[in-house]
Design a protein around this ligand. Structure first.
Ligand code: SAH
Length: 283
């Protein structure tokens, strides 16, 4: 069979002047851009990007002006409004505007707010989903967010609210009871609070936890620990955001599915970390 055959012809949408495309850039690795994202990067006059978007991705839009709209957690929300209104101004000036956000624009990314402002100002928008860090980032660490032997549901949680405070409005008891696997975004700052809430809700100190920082980038680091040890281990390992924290038995699957280490020649540590034997071939 022939390799590297050209991709089939496909009609790609045109980014028209006056439009804003709100697009996810994925968790970091440019290979995780969608084809719609690449199509958008090739056409944009302006790319407004966030702190979490890898700068190398901007090289896919050499013709465009690149505007940094970085904002990390805890900044006043007025700035969010400035970004949204800037998008409106650029669109009204007749630019082809690409708003590029880390991961998926509608997952803890304020994309909904930006899109809402655009629509309220009669600016036409297209939404381009992206691979969210809580799914793709964990996959790069060899952790499946669902596994038939572990969970039938997964809960995505934010570790802090709009003002950067611990999320007081979250019902940790319900979250803990409702889902065997938790995927926590923006969890580093308040990790001590979050783990104590989960332990109080009845999760075990021995429960496996993984912390994946700068997932899918060259700087990716993975810490495997437990709920009881995570706070000390994060400090000892010097882990820093951005980080995804995954709580649950599926973390153990990394022992067999750490495909990046395996690609580097390191053998899997345990072929059956959940102790269930071979997965069923069918059913
Ligand atoms: N819209 C993004 C999330 C934005 S909130 C998405 O869908 O992925 C910002 C948080 O996302 C960070 O604090 C961190 O928890 C997570 N995150 C984003 N990119 C990440 C990466 N490459 N590695 C680890 N965590 C990441």
């Amino acid at each position: 069979m022939e390799h590297n055959v050209p991709l089939p012809a496909h009609t790609w949408p045109t980014l028209e002047p006056g439009w804003v495309w709100l697009c996810g850039a994925g968790p970091g690795d440019p290979g995780l851009l969608t084809m719609h994202a690449v199509n958008a990067l090739r056409q944009a006059d302006v790319v407004i990007y966030d702190a979490l978007v890898q700068e190398t991705i901007l090289e896919w839009a050499p013709q465009a002006e690149h505007i940094y709209a970085g904002k990390r957690g805890g900044k006043p929300s007025a700035k969010q409004r400035d970004i949204s209104l800037r998008l409106v101004d650029l669109a009204r000036a007749g630019k082809r505007v690409l708003r590029l956000k880390g991961g998926d624009p509608f997952v803890f990314g304020r994309g909904g707010e930006e899109a809402q402002t655009l629509v309220q100002h009669d600016v036409p928008v297209r939404i381009i989903p992206g691979i969210s860090a809580g799914i793709g980032g964990l996959a790069y660490a060899g952790i499946p967010v669902t596994h038939r032997d572990v969970n039938q549901s997964v809960t995505f949680v934010t570790g802090h609210d709009q003002s950067g405070n611990a999320t007081g409005s979250l019902n940790w008891q319900a979250i803990s009871d409702g889902s065997q696997v938790l995927v926590i975004y923006m969890g580093m700052k308040h990790i001590a609070h979050i783990t104590s809430e989960l332990l109080r809700a009845g999760r075990q100190p021995s429960e496996p936890v993984a912390v994946v920082t700068s997932a899918t980038t060259d700087d990716q680091r993975v810490l495997e620990t437990t709920l009881g040890s995570i706070v000390d281990d994060i400090t000892a390992a010097g882990m820093s955001p951005p980080a995804i924290v995954c709580v649950g038995q599926s973390v153990l699957m990394r022992q067999v599915l750490d495909w990046q280490s395996q690609a580097a020649g390191i053998a899997p540590r345990n072929l059956d970390p959940l102790g269930r034997g071979r997965p069923a071939e069918s059913a």
